[in-house]
Write a protein that binds this ligand. Structure first.
Ligand SMILES: Nc1ncnc2c1ncn2[C@@H]1O[C@H](COP(=O)(O)OP(=O)(O)OP(=O)(O)O)[C@@H](O)[C@H]1O
Length: 303
C-alpha cells in the first residue's frame, strides 16, 4: 500500500528522482536535487505521504505533494446481542459477542436448533435484536478504534439461505438475477451500475460460460449455488452470510463450492453456518460454537 501511495504521490517532474541518492534531473541541467519521503500517520488512522525536494544550490526550496491513503482495517462486531421472538417468553440468543475482521472467513457450528440461523437472520437485518448491537468498527494498524462504529444495515449484507435454488422464481438466469432491479426509467444510471456489478459477480463466481436464457432449474447443483451467490454479490455487500452452503450437493459440487468460497474469501468477508466442518476447515479463520440455550463461544473446529 505504501509503495502504491508513494507512486501516486510522485509529481511528473520527479520521474528521475531517487529517495536514496542525489540525482541528476534531465540531461542538460546540472542542478541536483535531494528528495525526502516524509510519512506520517494522523490520529484518525489516515496515512500521509509527502515528498520534499531539496535543491542543492538554492538551499531548502521545496516542492511537496501529499497523498492520503486509508490504513487499518474494519471489523464486524456483534455486541451483547440477545433475541427473544415477539410474543414469546424465552430468549433464543443470549448476549452473543462476535468479531470478524474484513476479508476473513468465520464459521458457526453447533447442534440443530441451537440458534445459528436465527443469528444469521439478525445479521441480515431480517429481524431486530431485542438488545445489543451489530456494527462495523474501523481500526488503525495498531488495533486502536478509529471514530465510532457504524450500525450494519441490511443493504450492506448478502444472505444465501439453505437450499437457495428452492427460492428461484424466474424462467431464465437473466430474469432471476435482475428480479429485484428497479423498473423505472429514472433509475437508468443505477441499473447501469448494477449491470457492471453483475458482470463482476458472474466473473467472480465463474458463471461466464452459461447462457443468460437458460432455465435456472436446469443448472447443475453447483451452478445453482453459484447463481445464488452471484445474485447477492451484485449488491456488493460488505458481509456475505451463507447458511449451510454445501447442504444437498453431491461430492463434486461440494468441492466446487468450497473452491469458489476460497476464491471469494480473498475479496469478501464471509460468515457461514454449517455442519460440514471437515470440508470448510481449510478456509476458516475464526470459528464459534453455538450452544443449546443460545450462547456463542469461540472455539477451534473439532476436526
Ligand atoms: N420466531 C420464532 N419463535 C419461536 N421459536 C423460534 C422462532 N424462530 C426460531 N425458533 C426456534 O429457535 C430454535 C433455533 O432455531 P434455528 O433455526 O436458529 O436453529 P439452528 O441452529 O439454525 O438449527 P439447524 O442447524 O437445524 O438449522 C429452534 O428451536 C426454532 O424452532
Amino acid at each position: 500500500m505504501l509503495a502504491a501511495a508513494a507512486a501516486a504521490a510522485v509529481p511528473p517532474a520527479a520521474s528521475c528522482y531517487s529517495p536514496l541518492k542525489p540525482a541528476r534531473c534531465g540531461g542538460r541541467s546540472r542542478t541536483r536535487f535531494f528528495s525526502m519521503l516524509v510519512v506520517g500517520v494522523f490520529p484518525d488512522g489516515i496515512l500521509s505521504v509527502t515528498i520534499l525536494f531539496c535543491h542543492r544550490r538554492w538551499g531548502i526550496s521545496w516542492r511537496c505533494r501529499a497523498a492520503r491513503v486509508e490504513a487499518g482495517f474494519s471489523q464486524l462486531e456483534v455486541r451483547k446481542v440477545t433475541y427473544r421472538p415477539p410474543g414469546t417468553e424465552h430468549n433464543l440468543l443470549n448476549e452473543i459477542n462476535l468479531s470478524l475482521r474484513e476479508k476473513s472467513f468465520g464459521l458457526i457450528f453447533g447442534r440443530s436448533g441451537s440458534g445459528k440461523t436465527t443469528l444469521l437472520q439478525l445479521l441480515a437485518g431480517l429481524s431486530e435484536p431485542t438488545s445489543g448491537s451489530i456494527c462495523i468498527q474501523k481500526y488503525d494498524d495498531s488495533g486502536n478504534p478509529i471514530g465510532s462504529s457504524e450500525m450494519l444495515t441490511s443493504q450492506r449484507v448478502g444472505i444465501v439461505f439453505q437450499f437457495p435454488e428452492r427460492y428461484f422464481l424466474a424462467d431464465t438466469v437473466l430474469e432471476e438475477v435482475t428480479f429485484g432491479w428497479p423498473r423505472q426509467k429514472a433509475d437508468t444510471l443505477f441499473k447501469e451500475q448494477l449491470a457492471v456489478n453483475l458482470q463482476n459477480a458472474f466473473n467472480s463466481v465463474g458463471l461466464t460460460t452459461i447462457s443468460l436464457d437458460e432455465d435456472p432449474q436446469s443448472l447443475s447443483g453447483g451452478f445453482k449455488r453459484r447463481l445464488a451467490l452471484a445474485i447477492q454479490l451484485v449488491q456488493t455487500p460488505n458481509l456475505l452470510l451463507l447458511d449451510e452452503p454445501l447442504a444437498g450437493l453431491d461430492w463434486k459440487a461440494r468441492a466446487d463450492v468450497v473452491n469458489l468460497l476460497k476464491d471469494l474469501k480473498k475479496h469478501h468477508t464471509i460468515l457461514v453456518v454449517s455442519h460440514d466442518l471437515r470440508e470448510l476447515y481449510p478456509l476458516v479463520d475464526c470459528s464459534w460454537r453455538m450452544q443449546m440455550g443460545g450462547s456463542l463461544r469461540e472455539e477451534t473446529l473439532p476436526v
